[in-house]
Design a protein around this ligand. Structure first.
Ligand SMILES: O=P(O)(O)OC[C@@H](O)[C@@H](O)c1c[nH]c2ccccc12
Length: 409
C-alpha cells in the first residue's frame, strides 16, 4: 500500500529496534558532589523540557527529559497503530510556545519518519518541520543526546568525572581580566564553522588556536562542541584542556538535558552555555544547581527583552550573555546589547552584580567600546579572530591595543 503522503524508501528494518529510552535509569547515585542533596525540581506540566515529577534520585532528575522523550519523541513506533497519519494525530501539540521559550523543543507531531512493517515512510507536516535553524539544531540535539545517554548512562560518567581536571574559576578569570586591563574581558572562541558562515577557517588546529588566544590575553576560551552544525567536538575541548592551557573553558553546546552538564564537566569544561530561547525557567534553575554542584559557571544567553526579564527573575545567575545574533534568522545587530541594558534593566543588573557578556559580531575597537559603554564587562568573540591568519595577534587588533599580560602591564 503506498503511503498517503511522503516518500516510500523501502529500507528494511526488521525486527523493529527496541525503544531507546528507559524511563528509569537508576544507578547508585554515587556521582561526585551529589551527596550534597539532590536538587529538587517541581513537577513540569507541558514543556518540552523537564517533565519529571519531584524526584530524589539524581540519576533520574539528571536525565529528566526521558519522560518528555517518551511523550513527545518516540511513541510512534510503540503506540502507533502502524499508520503514520494515526500516529501523527495521536500527538497533542503541547510543546509549542510554552514557558516563554521561542522554539518548539521537539517535533509536535512526532518524528517525520515512521515505519510500517519493513518500510520507512517520511511524512512531513508543519508540526515536524523545523521553523528555523535553532529549532533544527535542537531537534537534532535531542536525538543525539538520547543516543549519547544510552551509550554512557550517568553512572558511567562517575569515573570520568572524578578523573576530570578540577574546575577553574570562569567568573573569577573574567573579573581579574577586567580589573587588569580596564577593558571587557575576552572569551575567545575556538570555532571552525557555523551554520550562518559555513567553514570560517580551513586550516584549523584547535590547540594551537587556544594557545595563541591565551598568550595574547584572552581571559577565557569558548570551545564549540557541536559537531553537526559547527564542526566542533568534545575531543577539541579535552585536547585543549590536556595541552596545558590555563584559561577556563566554556563548553559551547546546545544544552537541553542535565546529562550534558555532567558530560561537559567530565571532558574538562569549566562553564557551560544555557540558552534562554531553548530552556524554560525551571530548566535553567535546575541546571544552575547542577552547575554549582559540579563547580561550573553558567553563561545564560538572551536575545531580547523578554528573555532578559525572564533571566533577571532567576536567582543565582552570575553571567548573562546578550547575543547580537538572532539564532533564528542569523541577523546581527550590536545595538541589541545596548537596547537590552538600557533603563531599569541596567540598574537591576548592576544591583545583582551580574557580569554581562556581549556576544557575536564584534570586529573592531569601536565595537568593543560600544558594548563596553553599554555596560558589558566581557565579550565573546569568534569569527573576527578566527578568520585571521594569526588569531592570537588578531586580539590586539580587536581591542586596539595589546592586552596580553606582557603588553598591558
Ligand atoms: O563568531 P562571532 O560572531 O564572534 O560569535 C561568537 C559567539 O557569540 C557565537 O558563536 C555564539 C553565541 N551564542 C551561540 C550559541 C550557539 C552557537 C554559537 C553561539
Amino acid at each position: 500500500m503506498p503511503p498517503p503522503h511522503g516518500a516510500l524508501h523501502g529500507r528494511r528494518r526488521w525486527p523493529p529496534e527496541p525503544r531507546a529510552y528507559p524511563l528509569h535509569q537508576r544507578g547508585d547515585g554515587q556521582i561526585p558532589g551529589l551527596d550534597m542533596g539532590s536538587p529538587r525540581i517541581p513537577s513540569c506540566e507541558v514543556s518540552g523540557g523537564c517533565r519529571g515529577v519531584v524526584q530524589d534520585s539524581v540519576d533520574e532528575v539528571a536525565t529528566s527529559s526521558h519522560a518528555a522523550e517518551a511523550n513527545a519523541g518516540g511513541t510512534t513506533e510503540q503506540e502507533g497503530n502502524g499508520s503514520p497519519v494515526a500516529a501523527a494525530a495521536a500527538y497533542s501539540p503541547v510543546v509549542a510556545g510554552v514557558d516563554g521559550i521561542r522554539i518548539r523543543r521537539r517535533p509536535v507531531t512526532g518524528p517525520a519518519v515512521h515505519y510500517v512493517g519493513p518500510f520507512q515512510f517520511r511524512l512531513e507536516n508543519e508540526g515536524n518541520t523545523p521553523r528555523n535553524i535553532l529549532e533544527k539544531i535542537i531537534w537534532n540535539k535531542d536525538v543525539e543526546v538520547s543516543q549519547m545517554k544510552e551509550r554512557r548512562p550517568l553512572y558511567m560518567l562517575k569515573g570520568p568525572l572524578e578523573a576530570a581536571p578540577p574546575a577553574r574559576d570562569f567568573v573569577g578569570a573574567l573579573k581579574a581580566s577586567y580589573d587588569r586591563t580596564g577593558l571587557p574581558a575576552l572569551i575567545a572562541e575556538v570555532k571552525k564553522a557555523s551554520p550562518s558562515r559555513g567553514v570560517i577557517r580551513e586550516n584549523f588546529d584547535p590547540v594551537q588556536i587556544a594557545q595563541a588566544y591565551e598568550k595574547n590575553g584572552a581571559a577565557c576560551l569558548s570551545v564549540l562542541t557541536d559537531e553537526k552544525y559547527f564542526q566542533g567536538s568534545f575531543y577539541n575541548l579535552e585536547a585543549i584542556r590536556n595541552a596545558g592551557v590555563q584559561c577556563p573553558l566554556l563548553c559551547k553546546e546546545f544544552i537541553i538535558d542535565a546529562w550534558q552538564l555532567y558530560y561537559a564537566r567530565s571532558k574538562g569544561a569549566d562553564a557551560v552555555l544555557l540558552i534562554a530561547a531553548v530552556l524554560p525557567d525551571r530548566d535553567i534553575k535546575y541546571m544552575l544547581k547542577i552547575c554549582k554542584i559540579l563547580g561550573m559557571a553558567a553563561l545564560v544567553e538572551v536575545h531580547d527583552e523578554r528573555e532578559m526579564d525572564r533571566v533577571l527573575g532567576i536567582d543565582g545567575v552570575q553571567l548573562i550573555g546578550i547575543n547580537n545574533r538572532n539564532l533564528e534568522t542569523f541577523e546581527v545587530d550590536i545595538t541589541n546589547t545596548k537596547k537590552l541594558l538600557e533603563g531599569e534593566r541596567g540598574q537591576v543588573i548592576a544591583q545583582k552584580d551580574v557580569i554581562v557578556v556581549g556576544e557575536s559580531a564584534l570586529f573592531t575597537p569601536d565595537d568593543i567600546s560600544f558594548v563596553q559603554n553599554a555596560g558589558v564587562k566581557a565579550v565573546l568573540v569568534g569569527e573576527s579572530l578566527i578568520k585571521q591568519e594569526d588569531p592570537g595577534k588578531a586580539i590586539a587588533g580587536l581591542f586596539g591595543k595589546d592586552i596580553s599580560h606582557a603588553g598591558a602591564t
